[in-house]
Design a binder for this molecule. Structure first.
Ligand SMILES: [Fe+2]
Length: 191
């Protein structure tokens, strides 16, 4: 029905490094450093110390080979979220809604350990464990952020979502999520 809006392209394949979280030949390579995360962590002074005294470490990287952002296509990525703490808060991604909110996403965890943290505009909140071999289904309408609760390993995951979905950082840049994940006495605490 909507085929005239779906460009016909040729099949292709890509090579992924599932351990390192790399995509060979990726056209898009997003790198977020500590300095890109201002306003997202509870302890702004601790983040500033990371930026100023620890060479602004990378928080996460996302690789994509883009496909047409049209109905019918599937966007996919591999991402690597480094281990680390900002104060007592685990390294995390910014988190986003999809610009077209009624679009889902799957994340297959390939390495490391952490959580997918999710919320809805109506105030629902959820977390799902991410460990190697576990897939998290993020339903339509749920904003999502991943958090690396490991002490030394990166959190590597493969994602796929409708190509037209887009990213909406929306109120997350201002309000964040209802709860955060902290390391306290070696344990992950959701507070
Ligand atoms: Fe997403």
């Amino acid at each position: 029905m909507q085929t005239q809006q779906t460009p016909l392209i040729n099949p292709f394949g890509v090579e992924l490094d599932l351990e390192k979280g790399l995509m060979r030949g990726a056209k898009n390579h997003l790198v977020r450093r500590a300095s890109d995360m201002r306003g997202y962590y509870a302890d702004a002074a601790a983040l500033q110390r990371l930026i100023g005294e620890e060479n602004d470490p990378v928080h996460y990287e996302v690789f994509e080979v883009p496909v047409p952002e049209n109905y019918g296509h599937l966007m996919y990525c591999i991402s690597t979220l480094r281990p680390g703490l900002v104060g007592q808060e685990y390294f995390m991604t910014k988190g986003h809604y999809h610009s077209i909110p009624n679009t889902a996403e799957i994340y297959l965890c390939l390495r490391g350990e952490g959580y997918m943290v999710m919320k809805t505009a109506e105030g629902k909140f959820a977390t799902e464990r991410m460990t190697r071999g576990r897939m998290v289904y993020v339903p339509p309408f749920w904003a999502h952020r991943s958090v690396n609760t490991g002490t030394s390993e990166p959190l590597v995951s493969f994602c796929a979502y409708p190509a037209e979905a887009g990213h909406n950082y929306g109120d997350i840049a201002v309000q964040g999520f209802p709860k955060r994940l902290f390391a306290k006495n070696g344990e992950c605490v959701v507070a």
